[in-house]
Ligand binder design. Sequence first.
Ligand SMILES: NC(=O)C1=CN([C@@H]2O[C@H](COP(=O)(O)OP(=O)(O)OC[C@H]3O[C@@H](n4cnc5c(N)ncnc54)[C@H](O)[C@@H]3O)[C@@H](O)[C@H]2O)C=CC1
Ligand SMILES: O=C(O)C(=O)COP(=O)(O)O
Length: 388
Amino acid sequence: MFKIRTYNQLSVRGLNRFDREHYEVASELPHPDAFLLRSQGLHQEDFPATLKAIARAGAGVNNIPLERCNEQGIVVFNAPGANANAVKELVLAGMLLGSRDIYQGMQFVESLGPRDDLDAYLEKEKKRFTGTELMGKTLGVVGLGNIGSLVANLGLALGMKVVGYDPAISVEAAWRLSSDVQKMENLSSVFAHADYVSLHLPVLESTRRLVGDGILGGARNGLVLLNFARGEIVDHPAVLRALDSGKMHRYVTDFPSAETLGHPKVLHTPHIGASTGEAEDNCAVMAADQLMDFLENGNIRNSVNFPAIALPRSTPVRLTISNRNVPRVLNQITAVIAEHEINIVDMLNQSRDAVAYNIIDLAEDPGEDSLAALNGIDEVINLRLLGA
Ligand SMILES: NC(=O)C1=CN([C@@H]2O[C@H](COP(=O)(O)OP(=O)(O)OC[C@H]3O[C@@H](n4cnc5c(N)ncnc54)[C@H](O)[C@@H]3O)[C@@H](O)[C@H]2O)C=CC1
Ligand SMILES: O=C(O)C(=O)COP(=O)(O)O
């Protein structure tokens, strides 16, 4: 029986992927094999010794202490692309909120009590809410991954000119991207060319407060900045300065902060980019399927800290071993197995940065002694014996 501890609201369709004969799935579950979660912050959380994997039913993994997971051999999965369309559609709403005074106009209408001259009054006052059109303007997209590539193509469909910047664009994202998207060499060029800039990059040490005074100083006047990525990517005091000076027209963000709340030119949504039924289903189903394949077969798909690896089962006895990625560990592993006179039927070894991972199908059960010897190899982080 595998135990999955859940956090946050997860789609029932995703949770139903786990067959309850073999999986116990609940919040507050002791001795879990895996966590399944959305934005729950884990940085302050101790990990139980039983924990083997964490599946993030979403894209961003800044809520998970990856360094600690690497040290403890915990495999972290995410669900790339599963909520991308939901975010793209909210960005469209954000662009319209930034170009037309929809929100302010609605607030104005709501503030009116019943009055006989309502029509005449609205016709007189509507000049306060004149906006601009998206067509013909330039959209800059920073980060052209699963979400950014959809947003860039959307901009073209709206009749915008689109420029983009991504220093490490993946081959799949490049295939998705229209050739009409103009490539920029750096972040400053995006801001120098664009009327609207939409951020779709992860928060990393290198991207924290990336959008600050320097970048904003070189931006086009009247910039609308859209942040549906993470609040930490933007230097909020710098954004407020740009709004107050008139350099920036609107800041539209899915990440409310104490600094930006209450500013009349900031439009906040409560981190709902991925909050659609469809995205919640897609994310939870993808995360659950990846977890099950890992727990049952040791295969790894869409991990953010371990290599991608999958081997069809060739025998009922499978060993998986995580080790530090240094020379001669594989030799030691195969030597221990040979010393115990067990035949290796099939095996696969992959590495990623400081970690290596092995799937080894054996002709017979290895027994306690050989498992202890394998565990005793200095560089082995952890080991699992999977039955049929
Ligand atoms: N508002 C919400 O509810 C949601 C927010 N997000 C946020 O959006 C981010 C992006 O999501 P996806 O597109 O699915 O991720 P992704 O991994 O498919 O794409 C991210 C792209 O950013 C690029 N990148 C990295 N550093 C960069 C830099 N310094 N400048 C420009 N590009 C850079 C990467 O090369 C990659 O192509 C997530 O990391 C998450 O923080 C994601 C989903 C929902
Ligand atoms: O997928 C992401 O990175 C998100 O920000 C979505 O977060 P959520 O799953 O809605 O809490």
